[in-house]
Design a protein around this ligand. Structure first.
Ligand SMILES: Nc1ncnc2c1ncn2[C@@H]1O[C@H](COP(=O)(O)OP(=O)(O)OP(=O)(O)O)[C@@H](O)[C@H]1O
Ligand SMILES: [Mg+2]
Length: 830
């Protein structure tokens, strides 16, 4: 039988007045910090490296290593192992670096809790904000919309409380919770678990477990179910194409060799080496490094926290950015502008009624803090409410957009007050149709001047003890309208102009009145296109204009976002409130501004650290910068890899000996890999950053076939000239000469590809930059390595001068062909 709440409080040695500071400190020492399980401690080096082993390329490499060890090809096996080790270490280092520059901003994404504490035993309890880590069992906390439940708690009082617990159960619909004196045997509706998100209502609760002892603290959390984002679809798509491609190669090489020469076992190490050469094992490393560089630059220069690295790519790929109005485009610090009676003239009574409702709503539901509109009402009205007794609070109902309270009136009477969106309140009033139309028109006129509008209505009812609900709000007497001014967020106009300039379409999805939203957009200098409401949101959108969808509920916002994604667009969502969370999760990338509520920051992939929205443009550019570098790497690697497959297959068929020794293939691969790291530091052509950069697999595959074939032609031409060339000098075997010449040609061709296939239209010129230097080093290695002792170990030999001329005869036309193909390819791009 579960405890009654009184027994529970006694067992936890606490009471409704909360703990004293001394008690809390002692318990903190005893129970330890309440660090949520969602933020695991920084991974140690070995753990990170083991984690890095889990990507498909590394597993493929390891498998190939095992195959080589199995056929006792120890050299190949050890080079492969070295490759795996190097790529894991590089990757772990990249992630660690990004983590470190984010650690300083960690405070931006961790929240506080409202807790009742007393200075000493005799003092009055006061509600305070404390860091979530400082909570202890026995603490009395208050919960309101937008809060994350900070620990496992038992509800003592709750009003209209609904929480979303999808991080725990995967179930995303909000569930109702209530305080029960004697809860049922198995019921859990009186408990809230750490990590749940308060969607509506309010509660007072006692903390029963903290830290690792919370229900889900010890267990692995179910990650929030989100569909694959743009990044997942593109990079994973490309990776898997490659893995398949590469698994196919060794059997093909083997079969070709067996068919023509009848050697299978001798060819196996070579086939394995070719497969290794084809594995873009640096792909995960380069992707992570590019993203991590971008993220740490953003954190340092613009105080933007990227909580999920791939989100940076998605931000750069965003075609449509949806944002809410209140709290994002505006400051959400409304100030009362006017209180108007039904005749449209000033009437202070309206303000008094609304403030009474706000005061009792706040007091009876023990909200941690009033919402912005209630705060503005209470500030404008001064001390009110005490002249009545509060009977009931009607918590804010997000679906109908109203809130209210019931207070005692004349003897034996209760007064029910509601305030909320004009449409809904007028719907509940006892009015003629014509009168309703007139009042709606009045509300719209004020909204058109950019003001936020609330309608107020009351009803006198016979006193009763039965609880009040939404159904009691009908046949009300209309009292009037309240209008509020809400200043625009600093920098919002510039930020939006920048985004539009970057080719991002902007849409505003708001819970507010359409006219208020349209006016705010105009004041921000945006051209408003279509205006819709949440119940009929379909709109194609016109580039260059802002589409406004007003009167959206949280679900409407999510639906609009999902619709845009279904149409093939990459969608970002920027929002600050509880009503933005479902849309953030539905989007490819969710962004929260600085003042966002806890749950919004917790659900966002990217959190802005400054009030100014200007960082948004920088974040989008940083995303494009990283993506453009990843794209450069992919273009170069994929096309030269494809070229190599063709060449190796052809050589396997045509030559009486192996075209390259396994060790040589691997050494060449190591040189490629090392040089590709330079892409992480490349500065792409500004031209490439002007449009959303999404890595689209089909576009890559097209690029790859064209340029891969060109590369294969160059390789085949090399074979041609080498076979036709006069015999080498005394003591040089044909095989070693061939191997060395092809080795040099491959590295030089790769260096050319690095220079000429980068993202952006600039083909060369300017300062060399990291990629320029890396390709110079790569070319140098290709020219010099065969003549060194290391080259001799690999079975390479110095080339006679005429071979260089032959290689030049192949490579110069190859470079020219690359340039021509590149220019033509770019011209075909939109
Ligand atoms: N404290 C309140 N009391 C009564 N009505 C309210 C209160 N807060 C909001 N409303 C009404 O509910 C409407 C919708 O509020 P909601 O929080 O969904 O969106 P919003 O804050 O107006 O806009 P956005 O979605 O852009 O942040 C408001 O426009 C207002 O009419
Ligand atoms: Mg908002």
């Amino acid at each position: 039988m579960p405890d009654t709440s009184l027994r529970l409080l006694r067992r936890l040695e606490t009471g409704p007045r909360g703990l004293t500071d001394t008690e809390a400190a002692a318990r903190l020492a005893e129970h330890g910090e309440n660090t949520p399980a969602a933020a695991p401690p920084a991974l140690s080096w070995p753990r990170r490296s083991v984690r890095a082993l889990r990507d498909p390329f590394t597993s493929v490499l390891l498998t190939l290593g095992l195959v080589s060890a199995f056929v006792a090809s120890w050299g190949t096996a050890s080079v492969i192992l070295a490759l795996v080790a190097v790529s894991c270490a590089l990757r772990a280092a990249g992630e660690r670096r990004a983590d470190r520059s984010l650690a300083a901003l960690r405070g931006l994404v961790t929240g506080t809790a409202t807790v009742l504490r007393r200075t000493g035993r005799a003092d009055e309890p006061r509600a305070r904000e404390v860091p979530v880590a400082d909570l202890v069992p026995g603490d009395i906390v208050r919960l309101g919309p937008g809060d994350l439940v900070p620990a496992d708690v038992r509800l003592l009082r709750a009003r209209g409380l609904t929480v979303r617990q999808d991080t725990l159960t995967g179930e995303s619909a909000p569930v109702a919770k209530e305080a029960a004196e004697v809860p049922g045997e198995s019921a859990e509706s009186h408990l809230c678990f750490q990590g749940s998100q308060v969607v509506s209502g309010s509660a007072g609760a006692v903390v029963v477990a903290t830290g690792a002892r919370t229900r889900f603290g010890a267990a692995q959390r179910v990650p929030v179910q989100r569909g694959p984002s743009a990044f997942d679809r593109s990079v994973h798509g490309i990776s898997w194409v490659l893995v398949r491609f590469m698994l196919l190669t060794p059997p093909l090489v083997l079969m070709a060799s067996a068919a023509v020469h009848g050697r299978v076992l001798q060819t196996l190490p070579f086939a394995v080496a070719v497969a290794v050469g084809l594995t873009p094992e640096m792909l995960p490393v380069i992707v992570t490094t590019c993203l991590a560089r971008g993220a740490s630059r953003l954190a340092d220069a613009h105080r933007v926290v990227v909580r999920r690295l791939p989100a940076l790519h998605d931000l750069g790929a965003v075609d449509v950015l949806c944002l809410d109005k209140t709290g994002t485009l505006t400051q959400d610090r409304p100030v009362l502008a006017a209180a108007l009676g039904p005749d449209g003239r000033d009437d202070p009574e309206v303000l008094r009624w609304a403030a009474v409702a706000a005061w009792w709503g706040l007091t009876l539901s023990e909200l941690p803090a009033p919402d912005a509109l209630d705060e503005a009402l209470l500030t404008a009205a001064g001390p009110v409410g005490e002249e009545y007794d509060g009977v009931a609070a009607l918590p804010f109902d997000p679906a109908h957009r109203l809130a209210g309270a019931v207070v005692t009136g004349a003897l034996g009477r209760h007064v029910l007050i509601t305030k909320g969106a004009a449409e809904t309140v007028l719907e509940q009033c006892d009015l003629t149709e014509g009168e309703r139309e007139r009042l709606l028109g009045l509300a719209t006129r004020h909204a058109e001047s950019g003001l936020r509008v609330l309608a107020v209505a009351t009803a006198e009812l016979p006193a009763r003890t039965r609880p009040y609900g939404a159904r009691d709000a009908r046949d009300l007497t209309f009292r009037g309208l309240l209008t509020f001014r809400d200043d625009l967020a600093p920098g919002a106009a510039d930020a939006l102009r920048t985004l539009t300039g970057l080719g991002v379409e902007v849409r505003v999805l708001t819970g507010d009145h359409p006219a208020t939203a349209v006016r705010a957009c105009r004041d921000l200098g945006l051209t408003v296109g279509e205006v819709r409401t949440g119940s009929a949101p379909e709109a194609a959108g016109t580039p260059g204009t802002v589409t406004v969808v007003a009167r959206c509920t949280a679900e409407d916002k999510a639906r609009v976002v999902a619709g845009l994604r279904a149409a093939g667009l990459t969608v970002g969502f920027l929002g600050d409130g509880v009503n933005d969370v479902p849309a953030m999760l539905a989007a490819d990338v969710g962004v929260a501004p600085r003042g966002a509520v806890d749950v919004a920051r917790e659900s966002a992939d990217v959190v802005l650290g400054e009030k100014d929205l200007g960082a948004l443009g920088h974040a989008v550019l940083a995303g494009r910068h990283s993506s453009a570098n990843i794209a450069s790497y992919l273009r170069v690697t994929l096309s030269s890899n494809l070229g190599n497959v063709f060449a190796m297959l052809a050589a396997g068929l045509l030559l009486p000996f192996l075209p390259m020794l396994p060790a040589q293939v691997l050494a060449q691969n190591l040189c490629f890999d090392a040089s590709q790291l330079a892409f992480a530091d490349d500065r792409p052509d500004p031209e490439a950053l002007r449009r959303p950069t999404r890595l689209r697999p089909p576009a890559f595959l097209r690029f790859l076939t064209g340029f891969g074939l060109l590369n294969a032609v160059a390789d085949l031409a090399t074979f041609g000239v080498l076979t036709l060339a006069p015999r080498g000098g005394a003591g040089l075997s044909d095989e070693a000469l061939f191997h060395s010449a092809w080795f040099t040609e491959n590295l030089l061709a790769q260096a050319l590809a690095m220079l000429l296939l980068r993202s952006g239209r600039r083909i060369a010129g300017g300062r060399p930059g990291p990629v320029g230097w890396a390709s110079a080093v790569l070319a140098g290695a290709g020219l010099l390595l065969p003549a060194t002792p290391l080259g001799a170990v690999l079975g390479l030999t110095a080339l006679p001068a005429d071979r260089y001329l032959l290689l030049a005869a192949v490579l110069v036309p190859y470079a020219l062909a690359l340039i021509v193909a590149r220019v033509r390819h770019d011209r075909r791009q939109p």
